[in-house]
Design a protein around this ligand. Structure first.
Ligand SMILES: [Zn+2]
Length: 97
């Protein structure tokens, strides 16, 4: 074994995680906390960095997966979908419904 002190080379930068793919090939990802730009890379390894914008026009497939009023964001460049990070939800959850 090498010196374990230097084994952890990965930096702790929050990353978006893949959540699946729609039937049309659209990627679904879960945002890292406070993430505002797309972190997908193209086949050349270039960062997309498109802005994530709230998106309301998702189709039935997304509705089936995440509900009619799902909070969905979409990258304005590569059109990948992003879900909010669960850790980002306000903790003062008012149950007003
Ligand atoms: Zn993108």
């Amino acid at each position: 074994m090498a010196n374990p002190k230097y084994a952890a080379a990965t930096r702790e930068i929050p990353q978006a995680t893949d959540a699946g793919t729609l039937s049309d090939g659209t990627k679904i990802r879960i945002r890292a906390p406070r993430m505002r730009a797309c972190s997908l890379k193209d086949e050349k390894g270039k960062l997309c960095a498109g802005h994530l914008k709230r998106w309301y026009f998702f189709g039935d497939e997304v509705k089936k997966l995440y509900g009619d009023n799902a909070e969905i964001y979409r990258c304005e460049r590569c059109k990948s979908l992003y879900l909010p990070n669960p850790e980002e939800q306000p903790r003062s959850g008012t149950l007003s419904f």
